[in-house]
Structures are given as C-alpha cells and as structure tokens.
Design a binder for this molecule. Structure first.
Ligand code: PAF
Length: 280
C-alpha cells in the first residue's frame, strides 16, 4: 500500500493507476461502516484509493474539529489489511495552502436539515470532495448512506459540474442493537450509549406505522417525536420526512422518502435515517 501526503505524489500515483479506480474518501477513525465501503470498492476496482483527511472547512466554529477522533496508524493498518492500494493522507496546509480562497456552494439540497443546523458544513464537504475528485480522478466513489444528505449533495455536485465519477452509496452499518456506526459514538458515556438507541427506535416506529398504512407525513414525524420525547437524555434537533431526491418536506408519503433525524445525546450530536420505498 502506497501512502502519500502531497498533491504532487497523489497525482503521480494516479497517473500510473490501472483503471477502474475506486475511491473511498474518509475522515479516518475507521469503523465497520467505512470498511464495508472499502470491501465493496475493492471488489469493483482495479486500483483502490482511500483518503484520510479531517476536513476543517466542514466543521463550524463551535464544532468538534479539534477533538474529532484520529488514529492514523490504526487506520492505515485497517486499510492495508483490506487491500487498499493508495492512501492519500494530506495535511491541512497541503489541501488549503495560504491564500486558498475557492469554495463550492450547492443550492437548496444543501440548505435544509444538516445544512440548516450546521451552516457552511456542506460548502466544506462539497469543496473537499470536489478537490479529491479532481486530484484522484476516480471512476467510482463510495459513501455511506448514514450521511444521507451528504450523498444527495455529492450527487448534485457531480451532476451540476458534469463530473464523470459514479457515486455509489452503501447501506448504514449498525451495531447489533441498532445504533448506527459513527466515529462520534466514542464520545458517548455508557448511559448516553444506551440513550442513543432512541434514534433507531424512533425510526423503527415510523417504519411500523408506515407498514400499517400510515401515509400522513406529519403523523409520522409526530410518532418519531413521541418516541424521542420519552428519552430524557435526548434533545431533538430535527425530525424529517422528506422527498428522498429533493429533500423537500412531504405532507404525504407517496414517493421514495428519506426519514431522518438529528438528536443531541449529552454533548454528542447523532444523526440517523432510512429510506421508505413506495411501491408504484
Ligand atoms: O463523510 C465523511 O467522512 C466526510 O464528510 C468526507 C466525505 C470524507 C468529506 O470530508
């Protein structure tokens, strides 16, 4: 496995890469969710690249950039074991040298939900992903459905800027009890870890109500809020029942629908989601 830190080295490695080239962009502190992307990408790529970069531009001034968990040596071991060919792990100065002043802003799909709660977040995500795509020229790039809005935003970036990369989104990986894997789960104390299950329980409640025939989106949002309200450690940021492609809030569930939520458990902000497919 070739590990590079500079743009020049990454470009040189990519020039020699056998195609198709698959890319798994990450912020490191890898878990089974990332590794599921790596495994799938390995199957579909002649050359497999991953990036490890905690991207400062996607964190707000009061967010956890400084404390975001990092463990480069462990990450490199996991990527080596999974058969990754090339790892690009740049410094902040390499990605954003002095005088750096160009950003990618995506429109309405980036402004709601996480975009409304975390101003500037998707500007940072779209900028770094555009830079990584440009630099590494992947044929396919793999993202987790855990960050469902991020997938929508990146698909929009690719469509609107006529990029040629194919965006592949893979299912959320969960703990046996349903908690969605996230690098931020390490912040949870044991009681908070238990309380965090309320996100999954609220999604399961929506699914059960949907299966029982409920199509009124506000009823489904209300059902989620009721489950969340019963957990004293949970402070709800938003619950959403939205068109899966446009992220417009729905009044009726009559098309593929993204059910998503953001909840603070103590000082940790967690997100989760699932897609309700609508037959016919
Ligand atoms: O999902 C992530 O880990 C990050 O948002 C990404 C896509 C690597 C961009 O920094």
């Amino acid at each position: 496995m070739h590990v590079v830190e500079t743009v020049a080295e990454a470009r040189a490695a990519v020039r020699q890469a056998v195609r198709p080239l698959g890319l798994v962009p990450t912020m490191g502190y890898l878990h089974e969710g990332h590794l599921s992307l790596v495994r799938r990408a390995r199957e579909e790529s002649a050359t497999l690249a991953a990036t490890i970069f905690v991207n400062p531009t996607q964190f707000g001034p009061t967010e956890d950039y400084a404390t975001y968990p990092r463990n480069l040596e462990r990450d490199l071991g996991l990527l080596r074991e999974a058969g990754v060919d090339l790892v690009f792990a740049p410094t902040v100065e390499e990605m954003y040298p002095p005088g750096y002043d160009t950003y990618v802003t995506i429109g309405s799909v980036a402004e709601r939900l996480e975009g409304a709660a975390r101003p500037g977040h998707f500007r940072g995500v779209a900028t770094v992903v555009a830079k990584l795509f440009n630099l590494l020229q992947p044929d396919r790039a793999y993202f987790g459905q855990k960050d469902a809005q991020q997938v929508v935003v990146i698909r929009k970036l690719v469509a609107d800027l006529n990029l040629t990369v194919e965006v592949v989104a893979l299912p959320i990986v969960r703990e046996p009890d349903g908690l969605a894997l996230s690098s931020r789960n390490v912040y949870l104390s044991p009681p908070e870890r238990q309380a965090a299950l309320v996100l999954w329980h609220s999604l399961q409640t929506v699914e059960a109500r949907f299966r029982a025939g409920e199509r009124d989106a506000e009823q489904l949002r209300g059902a989620m809020r009721a489950v969340l309200a019963a957990e004293p450690l949970a402070e709800v940021d938003y619950v959403s029942v939205a068109d899966a492609a446009t992220l417009d809030e729905l009044s009726r569930v009559d098309r593929p629908t993204l059910v998503s939520l953001a909840v603070r458990i103590g000082r940790t902000r967690l997100i989760d989601n699932f897609v309700l497919g609508v037959e016919g």
